[in-house]
Structures are given as structure tokens and as C-alpha cells.
Design a protein around this ligand. Structure first.
Ligand code: NDP
Length: 333
């Protein structure tokens, strides 16, 4: 149990963090948000998770991104967050924007996965208990489920918002046509989609290529980006091998064999461009995502306060010359 008393840094909203409007809504989100997918579960020390979450809040990060199955183990990132909520962040609840999601596998049997109303609603009830919250700020359908009628998934989001268990609704990882349906269904039911959450980074351009960024803006939705550092590839983490304890060393969500000689050569060159800009590779990768005014926020993951602080410096320079953009494109397109 945590026993010390936390008092948030009084300068938390004047440390340089910018807050951007999410589509056509009243919500402003910090340019950098913190994600709890990995490094905050029950295999990570609670003291470190607490230190990082409170440090993030002290630096103006008021948006924390979770999902039912973040950990490891499943549910444990929410449980960690719940402990910190109870011990430290309760007085700051109204300053926090907390998300959770359901859509990927969570519990055994036919009702713990995908897009049914039963799964989404019962999963959110479990998430609220784990996080010791009465409501989340946004609840997402974590992925498009082609086997469930999309009306059912969307109506579950509408009813969740109507029930007061979430203030806003969002979608994540939706392909173009399903996103188009979702935007119009939610709008017609007066619960407009607040955010589409997508993977987008220098090495992964699908949202640009598939028109998903422009589509979100056209539909009045914000866009929030996950894995902006390609899980750590777009940092200096792997330039000299695979360090013990790194995500690639676990060979699970980031496979060791993705670190091919060709990729490492590209990363070296990107690292050089970053150096010329006076940034680390991680800072340049985040700045590159944030250069697009249609991006509301990037969700970073971090395994230490040092990484988080390094990443926070990216917002000092999110402008790129045409020449820099071209150099990056030549390397990665
Ligand atoms: P990133 O691309 O930011 O990768 C984070 C990892 O990169 C860290 O764990 C760390 O690796 C490494 N890293 C971070 N900063 C630095 C640095 N300055 N120097 C060196 N290495 C660094 O994001 P994630 O893939 O973690 O995704 C971020 C969040 O997005 C998740 O937590 C989650 O909230 C959300 N997400 C949503 C998904 C969805 O389907 N909607 C899917 C995936 C993520 P290491 O641990 O090795 O130190």
C-alpha cells in the first residue's frame, strides 16, 4: 500500500505542454499523453509506476490511456492505476482525462472479446471497479469486429455515454468504411465520436495512405496516435544491440527479428537527421507525428522517467523544413 501524501506540482500547466482541441468538441488534450499498455502491470514495481504517473501529471500530462487488457497480466494496468487513483490522484479527478477500451481478448468464453454489447458494457463495469472510478472520460471500441453488426457496437457506445459511465465515445483501429459508419451513427445519436485512436509513425504511414487522418478531421473527430516510437524502434534503444529488459528483448509485441540490418541502417540515418535538428531520434519521431495539425495528441509508452522527460522535450520543436520531410520520406517511404 502507498502511504506518502502527493501534492501535484503547481507549475504543471505552465511547463510548456500545449493542449489541442479534439476535433469539434470542448475537449483539449495534452500534445503528449501517457499510455499504460506495457510497464504498468503487476510484473512492474508499483513504486516505479506510481512515480512515472505522478511525474507525468506534474509535467502537464493529464491524459492517461488504458484498456481492459493492459498489463501484463490482463487488467493489472487498470488495477495499478486504480491504486494510484485512490492513494494520490483522487483530489485531481476533475483534472484528469482517463480512457479505457474493450475489443480484444480479455476473458475466456464467447463474451470476453470483440464487439458485442454484452462484452463492451460488462468490460467497462469491470474496468471502473479496477480503477476505482465512477466514470471514464472516454470509452473506446478497441477494434472493428466484422462479425458483430456495427449498429450493435455503436449503440453500446451510445448507451454507455447515456448511462454516465463514460463522458465521450471513441473508436480505435477502425478501417475507413467502418469508421465512416461509426462517425455517422454516433453523430446521428448525438454522441459524436471524440477520437479515433490509430497507429501512426515515421515507419508506419497507413493512416495517411488510407485517408484516415483526413477522414477524422472531416468528421469532426480528433485523432490520437499510438506507438509513435514504433514501440521503441524510433529511439536510440536498439542502435547498439538489444538491451536486457527492453521491449524487443521480451520478443513478444516487438519481435527481435524485426531489427533487420536494413532497418538498423535506416534508424542510424534517421538518428543523424534528428541530431542535425538538435533532437534525439525519439524526440524527432514524436515531433514528426505532432507536425500534423490534424493530430490531437500522441500517446507515448515509457519504461522510465528519463525516457518520459526525453520525450517531453520533443514539443519544443515540431516544425520540419521541406528538405527534412523529404529526407525522411526518401528513407522510409
Ligand atoms: P511507443 O511507440 O511510444 O513505445 C514505447 C516504448 O519505447 C517504451 O516502452 C520504451 O521501450 C521505448 N521508449 C520510449 N521512450 C524512449 C526514449 N526516450 N528512449 C528510448 N526508448 C524509449 O508506444 P507504445 O507502443 O507503448 O504505445 C503507447 C500507448 O499507445 C500504449 O501504452 C497504449 O496506451 C496505446 N496503444 C494503443 C493501441 C490500440 O490498439 N489502440 C495499441 C498499442 C498501444 P522499453 O520498454 O524497451 O524501454
Amino acid at each position: 500500500m502507498i502511504n506518502t501524501v502527493y501534492s501535484a506540482d503547481e507549475g504543471r500547466y505552465s511547463s510548456g505542454m500545449k493542449y489541442c482541441r479534439s476535433g469539434r468538441s470542448g475537449i483539449m488534450l495534452p500534445e503528449i499523453s501517457l499510455g499504460l499498455w506495457q510497464n504498468f502491470g503487476d510484473t512492474s514495481p508499483l513504486s516505479r509506476s506510481r512515480e512515472m504517473i505522478l511525474h507525468a501529471f506534474d509535467k502537464g500530462i493529464c491524459h492517461f490511456d488504458l484498456a481492459n487488457n493492459y498489463g501484463p497480466s490482463y487488467g493489472s494496468a487498470e488495477a495499478t492505476f486504480g491504486q494510484i487513483m485512490q492513494a494520490d490522484l483522487r483530489p485531481y479527478r476533475d483534472e484528469l482525462f482517463i480512457s479505457t477500451k474493450a475489443g480484444y481478448d480479455m476473458w475466456p468464453g464467447p463474451y470476453g472479446d470483440k464487439g458485442s454489447r454484452k462484452y463492451l458494457i460488462s468490460s467497462l463495469d469491470q474496468s471502473l471497479k479496477r480503477m476505482h472510478l465512477d466514470y471514464v472520460d472516454i470509452f473506446y471500441s478497441h477494434r472493428y469486429d466484422p462479425d458483430t453488426p456495427l449498429e450493435e457496437t455503436m449503440q453500446a457506445l451510445v448507451d454507455i455515454v447515456r448511462s454516465g459511465k463514460a463522458l465521450y465515445a471513441g473508436i480505435s483501429n477502425y478501417p475507413y468504411d467502418a469508421a465512416a459508419f461509426a462517425y455517422s451513427y454516433l453523430r446521428e445519436h448525438n454522441v459524436p465520436c471524440l477520437l479515433h485512436q490509430l497507429k501512426y509513425n515515421i515507419l508506419h504511414r497507413n493512416p495517411e495512405d488510407e485517408g484516415l487522418i483526413r477522414q477524422a478531421a472531416k468528421n469532426g473527430s480528433g485523432l490520437i496516435v499510438f506507438s509513435p516510437l514504433a514501440q521503441g524502434l524510433l529511439t536510440d534503444r536498439y542502435l547498439n544491440g538489444i538491451p536486457a529488459g527492453s521491449r524487443a528483448s521480451r520478443d513478444f509485441s516487438l519481435k527481435k527479428d524485426s531489427l533487420t540490418p536494413e532497418l538498423l541502417e535506416k534508424l542510424e540515418k534517421l538518428n543523424h537527421i534528428a541530431g542535425e535538428r538538435g533532437q534525439t531520434l525519439a524526440q524527432m519521431a514524436l515531433a514528426w507525428v505532432l507536425r500534423d495539425s490534424m493530430v490531437t495528441s500522441v500517446i507515448v509508452g515509457a519504461s522510465s522517467i528519463e525516457q518520459l522527460d526525453n520525450n517531453l522535450l520533443s514539443i519544443r520543436n515540431t516544425r520540419f523544413s521541406d528538405e527534412e520531410i523529404e529526407l525522411i520520406n526518401v528513407l522510409t517511404r
